[in-house]
Design a protein around this ligand. Structure first.
Ligand SMILES: [Zn+2]
Ligand SMILES: [Zn+2]
Length: 470
């Protein structure tokens, strides 16, 4: 049996790993995730365009960990290329994938329009969008939802179980039992490992005993701020900005982060810890994602259940919060006086409605920009949070950064070094650990810590397309 790394090998995007198994009825090939490569546009476009296998004939099943695009984002392309076997995931991941893949199709269509308009005649080839919204709709017919913790067949000789990953709603770690030539082999895959104490979702489950573990390593060398500090910081900035009569502008990812903040604001409002100021969720995508969240109470943790569901109280709706729809409604917020909270995408301020709000408000010292997520290099978000930078360019105009800028890092949905150590040190029976979904900088110190703590365990840090015999 082999594991082949088609992506997220010494990088954090493009998650796609193949289990290649010799069964009595021939070779079975199963993909764990089928995600988009992100990052530098020209490099990602090349990696995304081609699969190193024939989707129409080679792959027997896809098992999907969660609905982030670096894990699910190439499924429409797989379908478009002829793949017609099933994609198995949790019920919530299935519904979230539908919304997120549609949005991804829309972005690919828009990107293509931009290329055609501005870059025609350049060195870049125009082959049409990677996939369209229609491709995303079409591929949903092969998705099959499953419950957490049940065992079910993927194909002959291969069973899988979804266990809680604690990362986003619907996210799962995968546990496989594989019967190959009469011998049982157990493989675990973390997908993206989450953290304890995140709002809304349950804490990560314990990985059961496995022989081989494929483990993410995104923050293998970093410690996050304590999640318990996040809500306090949110409260403090809202009170402070409201006193100034300003606007709190929160760039937030539409999937999970927006809902977590709405939920925390709701808890703060119920205990009368924040003033009565309007809260606008100005993101049609976040609104659609929130609707999916409301359909999946099976993913909620005990706290949410006791404080909200048991009292027939909707965690994502309360008197202060308004979900804006049309562009006109969004534009109206520009001329309305504060205080107010505006939450809008995109998370790193590279697209979406947040740019319009920043354009209108970043040069006003009454306002606050509250960064609640990771800002990658070379994004507007990174330039906003960088204290050394005093002016920023938004829609080709230069603005002075006079608003107060505050970063809250405690909301991260990814395990940090101690969470990763905790998982890996407690998995019984493991003989081989394959580190994925990380850059060398985080992965290598993590590997050293495992080596020191677990004698005899083999650690592999493969390159893309490397085949690992197990
Ligand atoms: Zn993720
Ligand atoms: Zn990921």
């Amino acid at each position: 049996m082999k594991i082949i790394l088609h992506g997220a090998a010494r990088e954090v995007t493009g998650s796609c790993h193949e289990l290649r198994i010799e069964t009595d009825s021939g070779t079975k090939r199963i993909l764990l995730d089928c995600g988009l490569f992100q990052g530098k546009r020209s490099e990602a476009a090349v990696k995304n365009a081609e699969f190193p296998f024939d989707p129409a004939t080679d792959i027997d099943a896809v098992v999907l960990t969660h609905a982030h695009m670096d894990h699910a984002g190439r499924i429409p392309l797989l379908y478009k290329s002829g793949y017609r076997n099933k994609v198995i995931c949790t019920y919530a991941t299935k519904d979230l994938s539908e919304v997120m893949l549609m949005d991804s199709g829309y972005i690919h269509e828009k990107d293509e329009e931009y290329f055609q308009k501005h870059l025609k005649g350049s060195m870049i080839n125009f082959d049409g969008p990677l996939y369209t919204q229609q491709d995303a709709i079409d591929c949903m017919e092969i998705f099959q939802g499953r419950n957490y913790n049940d065992w079910f067949d993927v194909c002959e000789g291969v069973k899988v179980q979804f266990i809680e990953a604690g990362h986003i709603v619907g996210a799962a770690m995968l546990v496989f039992e594989i019967l190959e030539k009469g011998k049982l082999h157990r493989v675990g895959f973390t997908g993206d490992l989450g953290r304890n104490m995140l709002p809304i979702i349950r804490d990560p489950a314990q990985m059961p005993p496995v022989d081989t573990l494929i483990c993410e390593s995104t923050y293998g060398n970093r410690a996050h701020d304590d999640i318990a500090t996040a809500k306090g910081c949110l409260k403090e900035m809202i009170i402070k900005t409201a006193k100034r009569g300003g606007k709190v502008m929160i760039p937030a990812f539409s999937l999970e982060r927006t809902q977590e903040i709405v939920y925390d604001l709701h808890v703060l409002w119920d205990s009368k810890e924040i003033p009565a100021i309007p809260i606008y969720i100005d993101s049609p995508l976040a609104t659609r994602v929130t609707e999916v969240f409301m359909k999946h109470p099976e993913c909620y943790d005990k706290e949410l259940y006791e404080n909200f569901l048991a009292k027939a109280h909707n965690p994502f709706k309360f008197s202060l919060v308004k979900y804006t729809g049309s562009v006109e409604e969004s534009k109206k917020l520009n001329t309305m006086p504060g205080p107010m909270v505006i939450m809008a995408g995109a998370g790193m301020c590279e697209a979406g409605r947040i740019r319009h709000h920043l354009k209108n408000g970043i040069d006003d010292p009454k306002n606050t920009v509250l960064a609640v997520g990771y800002m990658a290099e070379n994004t507007l978000g990174r330039r906003i949070v960088d204290p050394e930078i005093h002016e920023v360019k938004i829609f080709d105009e230069i603005f002075q950064k006079k608003a107060e800028v505050v970063s809250v890092n405690a909301y991260s949905g990814h395990a940090d070094m101690s969470d990763l150590d905790n998982l890996v040190m407690n998995v019984k029976d493991v003989k081989k650990i394959i580190l994925v979904h990380g850059e060398s900088e985080g992965m290598e110190p993590f590997a050293t810590r495992i080596k020191n703590a677990r004698e005899g365990v083999e650690i592999v840090m493969p390159e893309r397309e490397e085949e690992i015999e197990i």
